[in-house]
Design a protein around this ligand. Sequence first.
Ligand code: ZN
Length: 190
Amino acid sequence: MGGANEVGLLAAADFAARKHKGQRRNDAEATPYINHPIAVAALLARVAGVKDLLTLQGALLHDTIEDTETSAEEIEVRFGKAVRRLVLEVTDDKTLPRPDRKRLQVERAAKLTSRARLIRVADKICNLDDMNFTNPGGWSLERKLGYLDWSVEVIGQIRGIHPGLEKLFDTIVAEKRQLLATPQPAEAAP
Ligand code: ZN
């Protein structure tokens, strides 16, 4: 019964694309935002071998409630209660100040369901991958290091969910740390 899966998966991609319309990522090319949830779902399918429709839908929709005008009810009406619960698991409360949100993400990581853990790890991998660690005009070195340390802390709470994904996460963290430790060449003269 692959058909139902494909319809449900494409419906989630379509829904997320409409919701994130006009939003851009914080990378050097200002990539359309939708590339991110698609990359998270694709990573889960490709690296972790995830075939579970609910997990992949959750991945595609994981930033809709947090970053767009989407309500949990809307997700439930279209995709059901289980998808709503999963998306809420990986949604930060944007009404809280940033330090509180970051602390809560660490504290709650250990309580996540396995589906939410998979999404969380893939999300962190994609975020680190996208982050513009070399852009001199972007975040300060301190903020980049802080983001790396925080990501490591969150993932530290949920290890054991998928060795391959966790290994990929560790590799990316090591790469980024190396990059930050290397002095960047000054911007090329015109
Ligand atoms: Zn995300």
